[in-house]
Design a protein around this ligand. Structure first.
Ligand code: PMV
Length: 345
């Protein structure tokens, strides 16, 4: 990092994450309607370099994979406007952002968690360089990341990460995420193979989806169920009960999508191949007694989740049954990772 008060740079690499109990629905500004918990990934990440220069007016320029990107700029500007309400010094700069993902932009993998957490970490480094005091660097980064994208708050830590107030999770907060460190070691090197079923833009964005839940007749019930599932998940994480893990994780994925399908207007993000894959995972599990399971994000792609002991069986399932349902046979191999790292500029 090279810096003076007038100008400087910071650079971070931050991973994406996959939720086991889903955040779906918000109250007020970026406050979750229920707690959620995710695995931080390793290979799917964003690298962002932030350049700042003193200016009388806050402005941003965004370069995505080396090229100026006008489409991303409004979201980044809005992020800076919001976070500068908390850190007014940020208003006195103009920003250049160079960002790239390790996963293809068109792969249908949401980049908001990795992108917004990388940006928030760069901003925290900038605040430190400018002489600000941040009592807990990662907590502040999580708080700022949440302002950009709720799920991004969980990406600033590695392993299992919880976000949202819940009595069973010590130190939990609606404002920032906290790492969950007490899990059984069966969850240590969990694998996530992301099966690409659909590429390109989703028909309904997450922010519209969160909004549609407000008028959903089952919204309140959903928030209660999610809080109960967080309670059950804690027991499962502590005991290492993989049968219960499979049941809960699949329930959460399918509940998320049933809420989408029964929103008004209704929308369906799953594709026929999503369902074909789910069916094959379940059939395979029945026949082979493994703990290979799945979850879904707000999209058609299937996250094939499995413990280390099932790696060989998962490979067999993937090669023999699932790869034919992926766009051009595409999938991304990932696993639980250690969280973000700061890079040299
Ligand atoms: O962070 P957002 O606003 O993109 O919402 C993410 C919502 C889900 O990915 C579907 C669930 C989650 O908890 O990550």
């Amino acid at each position: 990092m090279t810096t003076s008060t007038n100008s400087g740079r910071s650079k971070w690499k931050s991973p994406s994450n996959i939720a086991l109990v889903k955040y779906w629905g918000k109250k007020g500004f970026q406050i979750p309607s229920n707690a959620s918990l995710s695995f931080t990934l390793s290979n799917c990440h964003t690298i962002t370099e932030l350049e700042w220069e003193a200016s009388t007016e806050l402005s941003v320029e965004v370069f995505f994979e080396g090229r100026k990107n006008e489409a991303f700029a409004p979201k980044v500007l809005s992020f800076f406007e919001h976070v500068s309400n908390e850190h007014p010094v940020l208003k006195n700069y103009r920003y250049k952002l160079h960002t790239e993902n390790t996963f293809p932009h068109s792969s249908g993998i949401a980049s908001s968690a990795s992108g917004m957490s990388a940006l928030a970490l760069c901003v925290c480094s900038m605040l430190v360089e400018l002489g600000g005091t941040i009592p807990d660097f990662f907590q502040e980064a999580s708080h700022l990341a949440r302002i950009g994208s709720g799920s991004a708050s969980r990406s600033v830590y590695g392993g299992l990460v919880e976000w949202g107030i819940h009595d069973d999770y010590d130190g939990s907060s609606d404002h920032y995420a906290v790492p969950y460190k007490k899990a059984h070691n069966v969850f240590n090197n969990f694998q996530d193979t992301i099966l690409i079923v659909h590429e390109g833009q989703k028909s309904v964005s997450s922010s519209i989806g969160h909004g549609l839940l407000n008028d959903h007749p089952l919204a309140e019930r959903r928030f209660d169920i999610a809080q109960q599932n967080m309670e059950k998940l804690k027991e499962i994480l502590d005991s290492g009960d993989l049968d219960k893990f499979v049941e809960l994780v699949e329930f959460e994925a399918l509940m998320l999508h049933s809420l989408m399908m029964t929103s008004s207007p209704s929308y369906i993000l799953m594709e026929p191949n999503t369902l074909a894959i789910i069916q094959k995972i379940r059939d395979f599990r029945k026949q082979n007694g493994t703990h290979i399971t799945f979850t879904l994000d707000a999209g058609a792609n299937v996250h094939l989740l499995y413990p280390e002991k099932d790696i060989d069986m998962a490979k067999q399932l993937l090669d023999n049954e699932l790869v034919g349902h992926c766009v051009n046979g595409k999938y991304i191999c990932d696993n639980v990772g250690n969280g973000p790292t700061q890079l040299e500029c």
